[in-house]
Ligand binder design. Structure first.
Ligand SMILES: Cc1ncc(COP(=O)(O)OP(=O)(O)O)c(N)n1
Ligand code: TZP
Ligand code: MG
Length: 208
């Protein structure tokens, strides 16, 4: 089971990837909505060209066919996306897969396809998208982690820099975020602060 970087920004363009990677981001998701397939493909291609030589993990949300065509190594799918996806083709290319979960039934379903991480959300209220689920809260993170064991747990939804430590302490391995970075007046400074404050101390060194 490979580890994930604890800070996981989600952005909607290759230009954001180009800006964030020099700050030290090691894991980033391209989440593009309402664009033509050609536009998505161009963005995926450009983001991969930035990430590949720098060994940054790029996760493509939703657009699994384009991701496979372009040679991406990681895909994120929600439960509805999963229903229409060719999991065999994804697995045949050894592409990693992250899956969204919001309740017990979705977690059972996700675990049934052996994902590379499970995402739980929304932890807090989010204004990014309307969702039928109430905020999960921190206790739910611990419950999910006990159920999934060594499989990496990503938390998402309304998470700010100030809230991230609570998610990690509750059992998350990784914190995904949109607005607190891309909506911040100084997003690159904010991303740098996220990297510093989510960094785990090297083995053998005590926490301060
Ligand atoms: C890390 C992570 N977790 C959850 C989601 C949400 O995926 P999904 O439920 O498919 O919703 P959309 O993002 O496609 O609107 C995610 N993208 N990333
Ligand atoms: C896509 C998605 N899935 C669950 S919550 C969420 C939105 C996360 O955005 P933000 O970090 O701005 O709350
Ligand atoms: Mg989706």
């Amino acid at each position: 089971m490979s580890r994930l970087a604890p800070f996981y920004p989600i952005v909607d363009s290759a230009d954001w990837v180009r800006r964030l990677v020099p700050v030290g981001v090691k894991l980033v998701q391209l989440r593009i909505k309402r664009r033509t397939p050609d536009e998505v493909r161009r963005e995926v291609r450009a983001a991969l060209a930035i990430c590949r030589p720098r060994r940054v993990q790029l996760v493509i949300n939703d657009h699994w066919r384009i991701a496979l065509d372009e040679g991406a190594g990681f895909i994120h799918l929600g439960q509805e996306d999963l229903a229409g996806a060719d999991l065999r083709a994804i697995r045949a290319r050894h592409v990693k897969l992250g899956i969204s979960t919001h309740d017990d039934a979705e977690l059972d379903h996700a675990l049934g396809v052996s994902p590379d991480y499970v995402a739980l959300g929304p932890i807090y209220p989010t204004s990014l998208k309307a969702m039928p689920w109430a905020p999960q809260g921190l206790d739910r993170i611990g419950e999910w982690k006990r159920r999934i064991g060594r499989l990496p747990l990503v938390t998402i939804g309304g998470i700010t820099l100030e809230r991230a430590a609570g998610c990690l302490a509750a059992g998350a391995d990784c914190v995904a975020v949109v607005s607190d970075v891309t909506g911040h007046p100084t997003p690159l400074v904010r991303a740098a602060s996220w990297i510093t404050s989510t960094r785990t101390p090297p083995r053998g060194l005590p926490h301060e």
